[in-house]
Every structure is written in structure tokens, then in C-alpha cells.
Design a protein. Sequence first.
Lengths: 214, 214
Amino acid sequence: MAISKFNYNSFNVTPVASNALSFNSNADGFTTQGASSMVLIKTLTASTSGTLNFVDGASSVVLDDTYPVYVFKFINLHPDASDAQFGFQVSINTGSAYGVAITSSAIESYHGGVQYNAGNDLAQGTGLQFITNTVYHSRAEESMNGTLHLFNPSSTTFVKHFMSRASRMNNTNFIEHLHGGYVNSTSAVDAIQFKFAAGNIATGTIKLYGIKDS
Amino acid sequence: MALSKVDFNNINVTPAASKALKFNSAADGFETGDLSGSMVLISTQTASSSSTISFTSGIDSTYKEYIFKFINIHPSNDNVDFYVNASVDGGSNYNVAKTTTFFRASHDESASEAAIEYRASEDVANGTGVQIILQQMGNDNDQCGCGTLHLFNPSSTTFVKHFMSRVDGMAHNNQILSDFIAGYFNTTSAINAIQFSIEAGTIESGTIKMYGIT
């Protein structure tokens, strides 16, 4: 007797690329499931880019209540023509405007010491929240790297906490920046924009991950 | 001819909610289980006017690193501290000796205060009481704390157990406090439970998630 084998489309579920077949939360149907609690949502690669924007609902970006914690990773971001600080601003209107009030603190450690850096914090400021101090464009081997956590951006109850940890080579020194703060708004944050304070992002990659809720 | 698709109850395995369909270890049958990944959600606890939140299961030798994430922790009382302690007896007692460091950055909304400081009154020198991981939390409706705590190899019976946390909060006096704590639980017994608590009143709302890192 010939054996009939089930194919990918034989199951009562919509196939999702690279996901596994799973039972749903009621155990009364199928669903699909990705591995790990940390899910890559989007990768943006700079190519002399003025900004790199992650806008919920655009270009497959998810920045809503799907995940309670979002993580951005910065890999070898290098400015093109200016020596400039790197930072971010957020939006509560899907990117129509960036610049929601932030209050933040800023620590930097370097080879030989640690200090508060009043030039990197904000007090209800709507300008660029720095993640690092100046990255030098003329030194081809220098770049900034690090991580930014954004907690529960879709909350309409609480302010939105964030914390970043990033590093840069500063000529012959190494500097690490530890910044934390809150976006002082109870509106949902649904977009975030990264840029250098001047010039473009010549090269580099920013990855957005979601940390699963269940 | 009608197209018949395989439904959830047509598979030779007992359905389990939110679990994936996998081949068993002998590859001769089906089983249900979690998908592999480097960051695995173990459990989630949601506060509801809770005096404590305790994780008394799932902390064992399965993972070498555990990560707790604090999302929108909101106290009932104003100007209160958020605590952690550990247990070696499954949660019967939370009183493991610990030695820690504590430093913080602060910056208020009016920019009248901006500082980094070591907080000698908040560190612990082999004490068995609680360790503060976030100070001076505010209880306004939009105020909360968010952050992360890493616990390394809690099941070791050879080494003391290192941990490090970074928790940020919007304090009662409208400033960002970024608290950095690190230390070790000074025991060679396996730590098998962790408890979070509040100085006074309750943890009115908020979520704590525990992940294992493979």
C-alpha cells in the first residue's frame, strides 16, 4: 500500500517562514512559533544615511504592544563627514515628528576613571538623546557599538524607561557610556529615530529585537 | 472535492497549550515541547498589590545564567525602595549573605541635580537582609521602574553566586535614578529561589519575567 505523506500545506494553519508547528494557547488548534524569546524584528544598514528610523507598521517594523521589551543593537556605526555624537529621539505619531520630552542621566567610564557627563543628559529636553559622545569620522577604524533597551513603549499609563550601554574608541582611549532615562509621556511611543548630531551615518547596522511576552 | 487539512487532534500526540510539535529524542515519534533558543522565557509574574513576588521554581542547573526583567514596577506607596533577596531552601527563608556594590546616576527634570555617586549606605557587607535594587520609587500614576538583573550559575555548589542589576526609575521627586548594583551571594549552597519586595506598602502593579540563557 502506498504511503501518503503530509506536506507543509496539509496542516490547518497558515505557514510562516522558519517557524515551527505549535499548538495554540488553548491546545485546541494549531499555530506557528518561532524559537527563542529574543526575536529579530528588523535590520537597518546605513549607507550614508541621514537617519535610521524604526516606525511601527512600516517596512515590517513592529514597535507596539507585541513585545514588552525592545532591544536595539548598534554595530560599527561610523559618521561620514563630521565628528558627532550619536543618539536618538522618539515619536508618538508614527514618525511624523520626533522629539518627545526626555529626562535622563549619563555616566561615562574611560581608561582610568568614571564620571557624570552633564553634556549627555536631558532635563525634559526634546532634542537628541545622546547614546555616545563624539565619534570621529576621519579615523576609519573608529565606530560606536552598543545596546539600547526600551521598556513597554505602548503603555498609555506609564512614562517609557530606556537604558543604553555603548562604547566608542576615542583616539587612543576607550570610553563606555551608560545612559538611562524616561520619555516623559503617557502616549504610546511608536517610532524611534537614530542619527548623528551632524552629518550622516556612513556605515553601520542597527538591529531591532523584541523580547517575547510568553 | 473538499480539501481536508490535518487538524490539531489528528496528530499522534497529546496537545499541550503553546507547545511546539517536535520529533522525540529517538526520532521515532512526536512530542510537545519548547523550541530551542538562547534566551528562554521560564516564567512571568504579574503584581497585583503584592507585598512580594517570589520565583520558587525553575531556578536550577538547567541554565548557567538567569535574567529577570522588571517592566513598569509601580508601588502603592511613595518614596519606597525595591528589594531582592535569595533563598537556598526553596523559598522557606530569604536570607542569604551578600556583599555588594551600589552606585547610581541621577538627574532631575529641572536639571538642578546631576550626579554619579557611590552609595555606601545602600551596599551590603555580608549582610543577610534585602539588597536595594531601585531607590525612592514614586507612586504617581505614570511613575514606575524598569530594568534587569542577571544571576549567574545559581546551582553551583562550588562557587559563590554573582549577580548584577541595573534598574532605572522615575523617582518620587521627578528625577531619573539609574541604580547599578553588583555583588555575590556568599554561599556554596545552590540558590533555588529569588524574592522581590518593596520597602512599604505593596507592588501595586508590574511584571517580572525570568529567562534562562542556554
